[in-house]
Design a protein around this ligand. Structure first.
Ligand code: FAD
Ligand code: NA7
Length: 504
């Protein structure tokens, strides 16, 4: 029998059109393709956006830049500015009695920025020598894909290796009128007319963020919550976020799920009626509104990739690709990163870092695997809830209730002491009793995202409660509350909101 000889890099390049084909030009796909090209690989990235049921579509860059983090944060800022206008008056500014907001102007600015980003991505792929093809990809075999462009032209392309980075798209419930009259986060950021009174269905972070900024921009918002708020997040913090949103004017209907949507009158916005049922009491509610926005989860875009037939294992329940710790699928030359992979966090920086490290391993001398532990994140409602590590519930489950202590307190940002609500901002450290290590960091405050990013480093390097205690605070800031968190949950002591971030 002839000895197995691995082909040289030149032989591979001659055998296939590309060293690497990346399917999906979103956060993960762009990062992986650029890094691979920088390491000398011949790379193509395919990206194609299927329009939403109401026809919304967008350019290169994937979810984050077009219909995710970026427009969300800009609309979050729009909502915060309303609060700042309110605060400005308290601080003596004369800014007019009633403020008005023009939705169309915000959408135009947001979309202009996104357009500039789409263009920038194309330029940067070209500069880095990555071939970009705007076509929808399906696998033919382990080394070949079929690509169909928007005119229906079909081409075939081969590669030695593949990275699947196709992300996810929003779900619609199977109820009458869902796709005819409702929208999702894929549509809201480019909606050409003001949404008006909006019913948000779902209670996870996308639902609360969209509900939060719409309320902040002055629209009436009702959220239909099937069970709990922010599943997967610390439930005490989730409820505090809910209380804040309620105080800001968002209506929550707990236990309700939608049954059908009908149109009362067409228009921009239309007049709609959504019928909902309370799962536990059986109560039926009919709500008239202008917009129904579903944020009831997202499904990985693997359905039309033909993965099973080429041997790539997919979880049939979630449609996600099953990969090992090196992001390799069940077919050894096919990898997957980002939202599409099973059991990992659905966040842009996670997709980016996993993509860069994977390319580094495939085409450079890299050995480092992506570390999915202690990844920080923030929910923008528009009050921010930042967290890193374990929720209190998860810590109890993993380490046992007796081995967990929670240090927490309320605090009042100094900038809020004249005229703003009290009892909103909250800080919590979840610690292990055996070694006092901080394994969960939670903060509800303005700019919590900025704080969480910094403190996440402490969790990564195994900081203990005494490290937080000996840290000298920056006064007067909100972050300094973490240097003086001296109320334990086990003490049952009442929380008292002190000023100046709790530092004095
Ligand atoms: P994506 O960015 O979704 O890219 C996948 C690309 O592949 C898409 O362009 C898709 O059209 C394309 N594609 C799919 N199938 C094919 C095919 N067969 N052929 C060719 N192309 C295909 N994350 C954060 O970190 N912070 C946030 O604040 C945040 N906010 C969010 C807010 C919202 C409303 C949403 C929806 C998401 C948010 N996320 C946030 C999540 C973040 O957007 C995703 O985690 C990230 O975009 C995932 O990147 P990805 O590369 O896996 O996929
Ligand atoms: P999630 O995190 O999957 O949450 C879905 C939410 O929608 C959650 O509150 C669900 O309630 C609720 N839900 C699910 N199905 C229904 C139906 N049929 N009716 C009413 N409510 C429902 O989804 P997101 O869209 O927020 O985000 C998904 C990910 O995409 C996210 O992690 C980002 O990183 C990218 P439940 O708690 O199950 O009762």
């Amino acid at each position: 029998m002839a000895p197995v000889v691995n082909p040289t890099e030149t032989e591979i390049s001659e055998k296939y059109d590309y060293d690497l084909i990346v399917v999906g030009g979103g956060s993960g796909g762009l990062a992986a393709s650029k890094r691979a090209a920088a390491l000398g690989a011949k790379v193509a990235v395919f990206d194609f956006v299927k329009p939403t049921p109401v026809g919304t579509t967008w350019g290169l860059g994937g979810t984050c830049v077009n219909v995710g983090c970026v427009p969300k944060k800009l609309m979050h800022q729009g909502a915060l500015l309303r609060q700042h206008i309110h605060d400005a008056k308290i601080y003596g500014w004369k800014v007019g009695e009633t403020e008005t907001h023009v939705w169309e102007e915000l959408v135009e600015k947001v979309q202009d920025y996104i357009g500039s980003q789409n263009f920038g991505f194309r330029v940067s792929l070209r500069d880095k020598g990555v071939k970009y093809i705007n076509a929808y990809v399906t696998f033919v075999d382990q080394h070949t894909v079929k690509a169909v462009d928007k005119r229906g032209n079909v081409t075939f392309h081969t590669a030695d290796k593949f990275i699947i980075a196709v992300g996810m798209r929003p779900n619609y419930p199977d109820i009458a009128g869902a796709k005819d009259y409702a929208i999702t986060s894929d549509d809201i950021f480019s909606l050409p007319y003001p949404p008006g009174k909006t019913v948000v269905v779902g209670a996870s972070y996308i639902a609360l963020e969209c509900g939060g900024f719409l309320n902040g921009l002055g629209f009436e918002v009702t959220v239909l919550v099937r069970s709990i708020l922010l599943r997967g997040f610390d439930q005490e913090c989730a409820e505090r976020v809910g209380e804040y949103m309620k105080a800001e004017g968002v209506e929550f209907m707990r236990g309700f799920v939608p049954r059908k949507i009908t149109q009362i009158e067409p228009g921009t916005p239309a007049k709609l009626k959504i019928e909902a049922k309370n799962n536990s009491t059986g109560e039926i509610a009919e709500i008239e509104c202008n917009t129904v926005l579903f944020a009831i989860g997202r499904t990985a875009c693997t359905e039309s990739l033909n993965l099973e037939s080429i041997g790539v294992k997919v979880n049939s329940k979630t449609s996600k690709v099953i990969v090992n710790e090196a992001e390799q699928s069940s077919v050894n030359n096919i990898y997957a990163i980002g939202d599409v992979i099973e059991g990992k966090l659905e966040l842009t920086p996670v997709a980016v870092q996993a993509g860069q490290l994977l390319s580094q391993r495939l085409f450079g001398k890299g050995k480092v695997l992506m570390d999915y532990v202690n990844v920080p994140t923030t929910v923008f409602t528009p009050l921010e809830y930042g967290c890193c590590g374990y929720s209190e519930e998860d810590a109890h489950e993993k380490f046992g209730k007796d081995n967990i202590e929670v240090h927490h307190n309320l605090f009042q940002p100094l900038e809020w002491v004249i005229g703003q609500k009290a009892g909103v901002c909250y800080a919590k450290l979840v610690c292990k009793n055996d070694d006092n290590r901080v394994i969960g960091f939670h903060i509800i405050a303005p700019n919590a995202g900025e704080m969480t990013q910094g403190f996440a480093l402490a969790l990564r390097i195994g900081a203990k409660k005494e490290d937080f205690d000996s840290l000298v605070g920056i006064h007067p800031t909100n972050a300094e509350v973490f240097t003086v968190l001296d109320i334990t949950k086990s003490s049952g002591k009442e929380l008292v909101a002190s000023g100046c971030g709790g530092g004095t």
